[in-house]
Design a protein around this ligand. Structure first.
Ligand SMILES: Cc1cc2nc3c(=O)[nH]c(=O)nc-3n(C[C@H](O)[C@H](O)[C@H](O)COP(=O)(O)OP(=O)(O)OC[C@H]3O[C@@H](n4cnc5c(N)ncnc54)[C@H](O)[C@@H]3O)c2cc1C
Length: 399
């Protein structure tokens, strides 16, 4: 059984498999009930983040929710796999802001926070829903946002000392005031045809308009109803990987990376700063372990439009190469990864007895570090027959 909410899993695990399967599609379960009195909302998992943001904004201009920047991402996968967005340094992860949930377990029982118990409630806030049951809804804690927020986009080329900008960014982005989230993207562009370069560009907006800005819509003349669309404006094939950086990459390292990126052309890097609230929350508060000590997370990305397996292989290989060039500069033993940036190169589980546990341990440690053992323990208790499984689910303990 594949459980699908927004269908944005980077490896398509909610709708692709080599073995026969059926899909439990949550998309009709998408009600959102915002309660401003206690500043919470019950959100069904088939809703998208855009629908959540829209419904909050319709009721209040000074409330928001810390979640991902792509409005078509589904609540089900995003929240159960941790989820981050541009308020993470201020308010933490999406699942740090979850206060209740409804889940259908392997015995068909409908459970809430109280009846599922602390352990299962812990597991489904970052450990991925699809190992534990079908999550029907989450109760989220709204956060306060100012009447006016400022967004900006600044581009610099190599000739404009881009490397120095990255060096400085590494020094300040995780230490600066936690009201500020500065994401950095490194990209190879055609200088002759460069439409993306702009001068310093600050806009003062209300929070929901800033959501449009982050989603690459013009915040001034796009109606916020665009956030209700469930299909992204452009569709392409894509692959992603992730890494964590604990020490600044030295100038020579950045120069090597630039050189390699120019050779490879397609893959991009996006750096998401940590620090702030992320450093205050303990590594075992929820299954997501990448907290204090991380300067930033790297996202590797390639998008392409050409069809066919050959092209897919070609672009995935480019990203793998860049990932391998980065190994001296990123976390080690284990090389850590973000679960919601699903990456089957980290391992695939065939759920074959003891082997299934060992296969699960391989990717599980990279995603969850010391929290992996607790996830396995909870999984073994709540779903001993491994009904809820996929290529990268939490394995059960071998008998
Ligand atoms: C364009 C794009 C932008 C993104 N931006 C961000 C971002 O800004 N921040 C961030 O943190 N992540 C981001 N992501 C990653 C995203 O958070 C994950 O891919 C997330 O798992 C997607 O959730 P979904 O419900 O859309 O996916 P789905 O493919 O429906 O589900 C993902 C996984 O969760 C399981 N699942 C889904 N619903 C349920 C449920 N109700 N109960 C139990 N299990 C369930 C599925 O079986 C699958 O294993 C982005 C992804 C894309 C494609």
């Amino acid at each position: 059984m594949k459980i699908r909410s927004g269908g944005h899993d980077y490896e398509g695990l909610s709708y692709v498999s080599n073995t026969p399967f059926f899909i439990l599609d949550m998309f009709n379960l998408r009600s959102i009930q915002v309660n401003l009195e206690d500043e919470t909302a019950w959100v069904q998992t088939g809703a998208t983040l855009g629908e959540v943001f829209y419904n909050i904004a319709k009721k209040s201009k000074v409330h928001g929710f810390p979640a991902g920047v792509c409005p078509t991402v589904g609540v089900g996968g995003h929240v159960s796999g941790a989820g981050y967005g541009n308020m993470m340094r201020k308010y933490g992860l999406t699942s740090d802001n979850v206060i209740d949930a409804e889940i259908v377990d392997a015995d068909g029982r409908v459970l809430n926070r109280k009846t599922m118990g602390d352990d299962l409630f812990w597991a489904i806030r970052g450990g991925g829903g699809s190992s534990f049951g079908v999550i029907v809804s989450y109760k989220i804690k709204l956060v306060r946002v100012p009447q006016v927020v400022t967004v900006f986009r600044v581009s610099r080329t190599m000739e404009e000392n881009a490397i120095d900008v990255v060096l400085q960014w590494q020094d300040i982005a995780s230490k600066i005031d936690d009201n500020l989230f500065i994401r950095l993207a490194m990209d190879v562009i055609d200088q002759g045809n460069n439409k993306r370069l702009k001068k310093l560009d600050c806009h003062e907006l209300c929070w929901i308009e800033s959501v449009l800005f982050w989603a690459d819509y013009s915040p001034i003349d796009t109606p916020i109803e665009v956030l209700l669309e469930r299909t992204p404006p452009t569709l392409s094939h894509l692959t992603r990987k992730s890494d964590y950086v604990k020490d600044p990459i030295p100038k020579e390292g950045l120069e090597i990376i630039w050189k390699k990126m120019i050779e490879l052309e397609t893959p991009r890097l996006i750096f998401n700063p940590y620090g702030g609230k992320m450093s205050e929350i303990s590594e075992d508060a929820i299954p997501f372990p990448h907290r204090k000590g991380n300067l930033y997370k790297i996202q590797y990305l390639a998008n392409w439009d050409e069809e066919g397996k050959e092209k897919e292989k070609y672009y995935m290989e480019l990203v793998r190469k860049l990932y391998s060039y980065m190994s001296p500069y990123v976390s080690k033993y284990p090389r850590q990864a973000y679960y919601n940036y699903r990456d089957l190169d980290l391992g695939v589980n065939h759920h074959d007895g003891t082997k299934g546990y060992l296969e699960g341990r391989k990717y599980g440690i990279q995603y969850f570090m010391n929290n992996f053992d607790k996830l396995v323990h909870i999984k073994t208790l709540v779903d001993p027959s491994n009904l809820f499984r996929n290529e990268q689910s939490i394995p059960i303990l071998p008998m």
